[in-house]
Design a protein around this ligand. Structure first.
Ligand code: HEM
Length: 363
């Protein structure tokens, strides 16, 4: 008996995939040409969302538990890098949909109500697995986002909200950053005086800047007073807690100090991978924000300020999510505390040795 050889179409289940474009306009007996593009674009997004969820799940698993994830950092960085490349493609893809004109869209738009991308369960899973703060979500009605989902999807959304997100696991990991206290070395004290000098230099520059009018100068000074306050809070538990309580920070003080150490001493061999990882999380967060902006501009060009098929204020709602739905903002914001390489406190020799790789030994 000869077994049937696997074919390309069978392996990829092409019959299923290519037979899944049901045009609502066709069903109504008035087929609209552009509806095919509309469906295929959304389906392609969902396929890529599936790949992103797949990568995120594996990264989250590698981060779980208290064992040494350091062994996995290379793989985590590789997989996050893949997510980043997919996200770039997702932003680019919007241009294809923009070849459809608003008038062509109007030919079939009403047939979609009340369906909306707002109900994309995979998009919600991506947000939740990354660590979207449920309390901070922009609402467009009185209901929570999950109430617009069917019961199966709602269950999935709730599960992804409850299980430890990448944000939470990262915070844990950063809190365990070693070397923050190294014997008698008081790194933070010397760092503090470098930052103080940097901020005082900036304030001096603002005061001496004759191109700024009085109100611009006052604004800059106010801004710097805030920076100084948050900087003081870095080393003061009570002040940091006030920032957390007021919603100005989300990540713990201990994790912030760990992340800052990694950012400042990124050139040390042991810290290079962790630094890449932190950079990638900021990339992923900002690419998600870029997608949100790109999508909200697409919506503005397609429907102006009309309401969405899901019932939101459309462009207005989406613009707000782009401004507010950031997950790793605190990591990007660490740049406020970065000092020039030349002002970095020098690490004791013993600590530098701990942070290096030694394959060869000088005789
Ligand atoms: C003509 C093109 C499009 C229009 C006019 C449009 C319109 C909208 C509107 C108005 C909303 C807000 C919810 C509502 O009231 O319905 C929304 C949400 C959303 N759309 Fe689109 N959309 C388009 C294309 C796409 C594409 C190609 C995707 C890819 C998957 C997508 C994914 C989403 C997602 C994930 C949300 C939820 C965003 C959030 O709540 O943060 N949309 N869309």
């Amino acid at each position: 008996m000869t077994s049937k050889k696997l074919s390309y179409g069978e392996y990829l289940q092409l019959n299923n995939i290519l037979d899944s474009q049901y045009l609502q306009s066709g069903k109504q007996g008035n087929l609209v040409h552009d509806e095919m593009l509309f469906i295929i674009i959304h389906q392609t997004y969902e396929l890529w969302f599936k790949q992103i969820v797949h990568e995120l799940d594996s990264v989250i698993n590698m981060f779980k538990g208290n064992y040494a994830q350091e062994e996995n950092t290379g793989l985590v960085v590789a997989r996050l890098g893949r997510i980043i490349e997919i996200q770039k493609l997702l932003i680019d893809q919007v241009g294809i949909l923009e070849t459809m004109t608003p008038m062509d869209f109007l030919e079939f738009r009403d047939l979609l109500t009340p369906a909306s991308g707002f109900q994309s369960i995979q998009f919600r899973e991506i947000e939740n697995k990354l660590g979207m703060d449920a309390e901070q979500r922009v609402r467009f009605g009185k209901q929570k986002y999950d109430e617009y989902l069917d019961s199966n999807d709602r269950k999935r959304a709730n599960e992804s909200e409850k299980s430890p997100s990448l944000f939470v696991l990262l915070e844990d990991w950063l809190e365990r950053t070693p070397f923050l206290q190294f014997k008698a070395f008081n790194f933070w004290e010397s760092y503090q005086s470098s930052v103080e000098k940097m901020l005082n230099d900036d304030i001096k520059r603002i005061n001496e800047n004759t191109t700024l009018d009085k109100s611009a100068q006052e604004n800059s000074m106010k801004n710097y007073a805030n920076i100084q306050k948050t900087y003081e809070a870095l080393f003061d538990e009570i002040k940091y807690k006030q920032l957390l309580d007021a919603g100005h920070r989300r990540i713990s003080q201990k994790a912030t100090l760990g992340a800052l150490f990694i950012k400042l001493y990124r050139d040390e061999p042991v810290l290079q991978m962790p630094h890449r990882l932190l950079t990638q999380l900021v990339d992923i967060d900002q690419l998600l924000t870029s997608w949100r902006y790109r999508h909200s501009l697409l919506v503005f060009r397609m429907i102006g300020v009309k309401i969405g098929t899901g019932g939101s204020a459309g462009h207005g709602y989406l613009k707000k999510t782009a401004e507010k739905h950031s997950i790793f903002r605190d990591i990007a914001n660490l740049s406020t505390y970065i000092i020039p390489r030349s002002s970095l406190p020098e690490l004791p020799k013993e600590l530098k040795k701990e942070l290096g790789f030694y394959y060869t030994y000088a005789k």
